[in-house]
Design a protein around this ligand. Sequence first.
Ligand code: DQA
Length: 138
Amino acid sequence: MKKIIIINGPNLNLLGKREPEIYGSQTFEDYLNVLKSKYAQLDISYFQSNIEGELIDKLQDVGFSYDGIILNAAAYTHTSVGIGDAIKAIQTPVIEVHISNTFSREEFRHQSYISPNAKGVILGFGLQSYDLALQSLI
Ligand code: DQA
């Protein structure tokens, strides 16, 4: 069974109540259950943190043994040289996802420290972005 982890960055623990016009009204926990039953052939784990160093620790933890990492680094996407370097350092392929289309938003969201080292990038499809990322790993 392929081992996949979904890693969510800052403020994504508030999905469902955070700016629902941009991010939707479903909690990530609810959506994760949908994904787990849809992709029962995958071993899907989940980690969320609001803390940059904890995201780096998790990437290092899983990055030499898992088959795939789906990463929404949220605001750190646009600022974190450290997370970008961690992705370079590990072996597991990373798929960058975003719920919103960051290119249709403020200019500071057009920069990503994740993309240059990601296997691919999926953005703008709402929570379905995570589903599309999982499909790419099957
Ligand atoms: C986000 C986009 C980021 O710009 C923002 O900081 C987020 C969420 C998204 O999934 O659309 O927190 O990564």
